[in-house]
Ligand binder design. Structure first.
Ligand code: TYM
Length: 333
């Protein structure tokens, strides 16, 4: 077992999709055998969009079930719900004193949200990166398996850790976005525009809960064209995206065959899509079925949450005590 501490979370905002799986979850499952891991459902982060309380609860259970269905072993990792750990909001408050309005306003995710939901630009959105930093630093996390879209947030977490250490003495390691030494992943949407996402572009996103029929329908509708006119032509983005998805779920020789067809101008996108849908169904169906079985086992999920909470609080309270002491917040000794 390596010694670096791994921390990562997924928001409880809706159904998980291939982006969440290949950007984050796949690494969680791999890393659980190699590192001490803390994985959580980021329910506080999902409050920025004011979810309906019943839907929030349902989503927290569902994300937990999906984590386990994807292969996380709650006996091996600490699996918990963010709001069960009161030390996180306390560290968030401290880090907010070190986060400047200008840098928070410049964050790409904040600018994007401010544009897409102009009537709900709340302080939670602005300070989203400080809450994320608190999530990581509360366990002295060093490796953070995330997708490409979280890269800037990790850079900010490093800055906040560095500022804290500089001002109050060495307290936190500087966490790194982690993908086993390779580029962070971005899973594109099926319509060739942007990335797969929980809430935008639902028809161009494949969810881990999608039925076989829906998967087939979505893939059939994916953007394609008449095929290349010249051998060895450069692939347009949306065709590259189909190949990227195929590389994730299909056998290497299948991908090779379609690439060769493309290069020789023999490609039939109808066949490619049917092959991709078949392989995708083979990948998604077992996760979907396992989630379905787990999601209503409230007793089991509550036991997992409680065990996770206990382990996560033990780690969090020790870090918080150190941070408080270093800041001078220790008045009774
Ligand atoms: P969330 O729920 O939006 O995404 C969860 C994880 O899935 C990755 N991801 C993707 N990766 C590749 N391609 C995509 N299309 C794609 N869409 C999503 C995200 O990069 C993420 O790793 N802010 C985090 C939640 C969080 C967190 C943290 C993560 C809160 N605190 C502390 C790490 C450490 C988020 O947006 O999750």
């Amino acid at each position: 077992m390596n010694k670096e501490i791994v921390v990562s979370g997924i928001r409880s905002t809706g159904d998980l999709h291939l982006g969440n799986y290949f950007g984050a979850m796949k690494n969680y499952v791999k890393m659980q055998h190699e590192y001490p891991c803390f994985f959580f459902v980021a329910d506080y982060h999902s409050l920025t969009t004011h979810p309906d309380p019943a839907a929030l609860k349902n989503n927290v259970y569902k994300v937990l079930a999906e984590n386990i269905a994807c292969g996380l072993d709650p006996e091996k990792v600490t699996l918990y719900v963010q709001s069960d750990i009161p030390e996180i909001p306390e560290l968030y408050l401290m880090l907010n004193m070190m986060a400047y309005k200008g840098e928070l306003e410049k964050t790409a995710s904040f600018k994007e949200k401010a544009r897409s939901q102009p009537d709900n630009v709340n302080a939670g959105l602005l300070t989203y990166p400080t809450l994320m930093s608190a999530d990581i630093l509360i366990h002295k996390g060093q490796y953070v398996p995330v997708g490409k879209d979280q890269e800037q947030h990790l850079e900010m977490a490093r800055n906040f850790a560095q500022r804290f250490n500089h001002r109050y003495g060495e307290t936190f390691p500087e966490p790194l976005a982690f993908n086993f030494g390779t580029q962070l992943v971005k899973i594109p949407s099926l319509d060739g525009s942007g990335k797969m996402s929980k809430s935008v572009n639902e028809n161009a996103t494949i969810y881990l809960s999608d039925s076989d029929d829906i998967i087939l329908r979505k893939i059939k509708k994916a953007k394609s064209d008449q095929g290349p006119a010249e051998p060895n032509s450069e692939m347009p983005d949306y065709i590259q995206n189909l190949f990227l998805l195929m590389e994730l779920v299909s056998a290497a020789d299948t991908v090779e065959k379609f690439k060769q067809d493309y290069n020789e101008c023999n490609i039939r996108y109808g066949d490619l899509k049917i092959q991709l849908a078949d392989d995708m169904v083979r990948f998604v169906a077992p996760i979907r079925e396992k989630t379905h079985a787990l999601k209503n086992d409230t007793a089991l999920l509550q036991k997992i949450m409680k065990d996770g909470k206990e382990k996560a609080r033990a780690s969090a309270s020790s870090t918080l005590a150190e941070a408080r002491k270093n800041m001078g917040i220790h008045y009774y000794c």
